[in-house]
Design a binder for this molecule. Structure first.
Ligand SMILES: O=C(CO)COP(=O)(O)O
Length: 248
């Protein structure tokens, strides 16, 4: 099964709308590669100007979060329809920073995943263990729980189009990348988990990214692994380095 690679930048809480357009214009020529899916996941306030700046390019725009209700009295939240109306195609859900600082649970993530599918937004569902969990030998147990709860009631056809990002927490923003073997082992474990929930065909279609200190130098080795279908990139997505990653 040849899965198209998907390279997504996660800008996190960086870039004013003005800076976002400048960065997009700088990166546009550097990320032109029709052989992969290129996504910029940007802060909510940057979505509209970045979508406009990406017109006529291969870049698709994603959000970094989304609420699971349609509309109403949820001060400060962003609805799925707001995102689709603005031109969003992907949404990062359950990032470890949202789990850690904003108390998102696997159940919240599941509600968001279901709601994203309902609105034809492709979820990039994040999972990943802490250093403690890795040292205790419970990495795969923890991640299987995140994936199983995150995908509750997701249909088989929806699951085939989903993206899962494996991001070991100890590798995020630390410059400490998982080795290609470590990353492959968990991404394969996630694929096997999807095969258990659904079937082998679905597992072969779903795309699984690695995230955590990906840069222009280590991307090639990571993306050469059979179960790694691209990357979710933080720091390096804010620089010209992102162009190198897209052309690993
Ligand atoms: O959290 C990440 C992407 O979502 C990874 O961040 P870094 O690439 O900065 O380690």
């Amino acid at each position: 099964m040849m899965r198209k690679k998907i390279i997504a930048g996660n800008w996190k809480m960086n870039m004013t709308p003005t800076a976002a357009v400048e960065l997009t214009n700088t990166l546009k020529p550097l990320v032109a590669n029709e052989e992969v899916d290129v996504v910029f996941c940007v802060p909510a306030i940057d979505i509209i100007p970045v979508v406009k700046a990406c017109e006529g390019t291969n870049i698709q725009v994603g959000a970094e979060n989304m609420y699971f209700e349609e509309s109403g009295a949820y001060t400060g939240e962003i609805s799925p329809e707001m995102l689709t109306d603005a031109g969003v195609k992907y949404v990062v859900l359950g990032h470890s920073e949202r789990r850690e600082y904003f108390g998102e649970t696997n159940e919240d993530v599941n509600k968001k995943v279901l709601k994203a599918f309902e609105h034809n937004i492709t979820p990039i569902m994040c999972c990943g263990e802490t250093l403690d969990q890795r040292e205790q030998g419970i990495t795969m147990d923890f991640i299987r729980q995140q994936v199983k709860v995150g995908f509750l009631n997701v249909t088989v056809d929806q699951a085939k189009t989903a993206i899962i990002a494996y991001e070991p927490i100890w590798a995020i923003g630390t410059g400490k990348t998982a080795t290609a073997d470590q990353a492959e082992e968990v991404c394969k474990g996630i694929r096997d988990c999807i095969a258990e929930i659904y079937d082998r065909d679905t597992a072969e279609q779903i795309r699984i990214q690695y995230g955590g200190s990906v840069n222009g130098k280590n991307a090639a080795e990571l993306f050469a692994q059979p179960d790694i279908d691209g990357g979710l990139v933080g720091g390096a997505s804010l620089k010209e380095d992102f162009g190198e990653i897209v052309h690993w």
